[in-house]
Design a protein around this ligand. Structure first.
Ligand SMILES: Cc1cc2nc3c(=O)[nH]c(=O)nc-3n(C[C@H](O)[C@H](O)[C@H](O)COP(=O)(O)OP(=O)(O)OC[C@H]3O[C@@H](n4cnc5c(N)ncnc54)[C@H](O)[C@@H]3O)c2cc1C
Length: 492
């Protein structure tokens, strides 16, 4: 049994804590904020409830496996509910597309909106993406990152597919002819904060997973996952120390032997009685090593508006996308110029569509998000700039004609979050959502590995390390790190 301290109570930190405590270790968490869950936040005001981070769940089996592994019944903690429609897509010219989760409904929708040929393209795309999923499911998503995991006979035979340099957008162009169908599939690159024009075709596993496993929400809101993990920490005897920000470490003989925290009352606290440190963040240069911070290509961040709307939008679904006219220009703005996009794609999630209690009768809770660059000197999110960008977004929503009233006049509540808030709230590098961007395949080698290269008793868990961002992958990150510690504990 080891004494393990976990810094950061994000989803992977909490999953790690529960799994390790279940394995018999003595685990304690130190979190800088006064709440746990990290990016999986929640905000409530005047009868409106919002998930402030993740809004869509895929890979439901990952959650079921977690509860079963720790000997608990998932139904006692969270209810994972299927969505009939993953997302309703809108274009300015009035075209609409529903990404139904039922395969037959999806087939009919693709044929009716895009035609038979694009449906054939869809089947071929999925077949092509299946190869990457089959190659990566066990070797990458569920294992510690090791180059030799790629070097199976099948991997070597198909090495050209991995190193072809083809992007997500190249793949969309290969399988689809309709520019709107291409745009729809390009969008999946944004799920890990990258540009479809740069990110590898390997990430076609993202739409593959979504269409294969469907889209899900959690009864009562996605934040219920964080609440369930906090409850499990209590049940497994894991203490969460809130208001503890890791500021510094000391080491000797290749091991970290002291963590220094700044507490909420501004005092300094030294912790030395531990064998293993797990970091649920990668923002500390002493932990990650300076090399990591030589990177400049951080994943995207987000500009978010939480809106309490005095009305019902009959045209909108639970998840909605209003596409920009020129997707390539949008990503040049965000990923190359590092500026908020002039013409932005807008995501609107309204949980009220599935969870009646999330807004008062006759009203709706809109989570409105546009991709934004991580923080650079090129743009500052001052109050004035944020207001101006918000107004642009509202004007754009108006131009799509998807809301029958006057949205601006119908706003009962408005709360804005910028990339600067992402940095302050979660400490993620430069306000990015996923740390290093996945615009280059080299990211897999450059981001901190689950086990530190520098200290033998330091591990990283979470969306900014392996296997990557998103709630299910954070659950898998917590599983991988637990298995590494349990397997190697004699040598730590
Ligand atoms: C706007 C938004 C939308 C998203 N949408 C989706 C989605 O639809 N589906 C999906 O699957 N995923 C989505 N994600 C991604 C998903 O939320 C994240 O990948 C995941 O929650 C990250 O969890 P994590 O374990 O890496 O920890 P994080 O959430 O990054 O938490 C890290 C924790 O460490 C703490 N911390 C940081 N520095 C210190 C320090 N020095 N000392 C102590 N504590 C510290 C932070 O306060 C935080 O609590 C979204 C994220 C955002 C922000």
């Amino acid at each position: 049994m080891k004494k393990i301290i976990i810094c950061g109570a994000g989803i992977a930190g909490l999953v790690n804590a529960v799994r390790l405590a279940h394995s018999g270790h003595n685990v304690e968490i130190f979190e800088k904020n006064s709440t746990a869950g990290g990016k999986m936040g929640e905000y409530s005001e005047s009868g409106f409830r919002f998930d402030t981070g993740p809004s869509l769940i895929t890979m439901p089996y990952v959650f079921r496996d977690f509860f079963s592994d720790i000997g608990k019944n998932i139904d006692d903690y969270i209810k994972i509910m299927p969505l009939e429609n993953s997302c309703r897509y809108f274009w300015k010219d009035g075209r609409e597309f529903n990404a139904y989760t039922d395969p037959e409904n999806l087939r009919e929708e693709i044929i009716s909106v895009f035609g038979e040929k694009e449906y054939d393209g869809f089947l071929n795309y999925m077949e092509y993406a299946k190869f990457f999923f089959d190659m990566s499911e066990k070797n990458i998503l569920e294992s510690e990152f090791k180059l030799r995991n790629f070097l199976s006979v099948k991997g070597i035979k198909n090495i050209n597919k991995f190193i072809s340099g083809k992007s997500i957008n190249d793949l969309s162009n290969k399988f689809y002819t309709d520019p709107k169908m291409r745009q729809l599939f390009d969008r999946y690159a944004t799920y890990n904060g990258s540009s479809p024009y740069l990110a590898s075709q390997i990430f076609s596993i993202i739409p593959y997973i979504e269409f294969l496993y469907g889209s899900w929400y959690i009864e009562g809101g996605i934040h219920r996952i964080a609440q369930a993990l906090i409850r499990l920490c209590g049940e497994f005897g894991v203490n969460i120390n809130y208001g503890h920000e890791l500021k510094d470490i000391h080491s000797a003989s290749g091991k970290i032997n002291m963590c220094i925290f700044k507490t909420a009352d501004e005092s300094r606290k030294e912790i030395t009685d531990f064998d293993i440190l797990i970091s649920n963040f990668t923002n500390n240069r002493k932990l990650t090593g300076k090399e990591y911070f030589k990177s400049t290509d951080w994943s995207t961040s987000a500009f978010i508006a939480l809106l309490g709307v005095n009305g019902n939008s009959v045209k909108l679904s639970h998840h909605n996308i209003l596409f920009s006219d020129d997707y390539e220009k949008e990503f040049i703005d965000i990923c190359e110029k590092k500026m908020p996009a002039e013409d932005m794609t807008i995501y609107i999630s309204i949980t009220k569509k599935s969870i009646a209690e999330d807004a008062p009768d006759g009203k709706e809770n809109w989570f409105v998000m546009a991709n934004a660059p991580s923080l650079t000197k090129n743009f500052e999110w001052t109050e004035k700039n944020s207001e101006e960008y918000f107004n642009k977004i509202i004007d754009k929503i108006g131009s799509f004609g998807i809301y029958d009233g006057n949205l601006k006049e119908d706003l009962l509540l408005k709360k804005l979050f910028t990339p600067a808030d992402m940095l302050n709230n979660y400490g993620s590098e430069f306000g990015s959502i996923y740390g290093l961007s996945s615009n280059s395949l080299m990211t897999m080698f450059r981001r901190p590995k689950n086990r530190s290269d520098y200290y033998s008793n330091l591990f990283f868990t979470g969306g900014n390390t392996h296997p990557g961002g998103g709630v299910p992958l954070c659950f898998l990150s917590g599983k991988i790190v637990t298995e590494m510690i349990n397997t190697d504990q004699k040598s730590i």
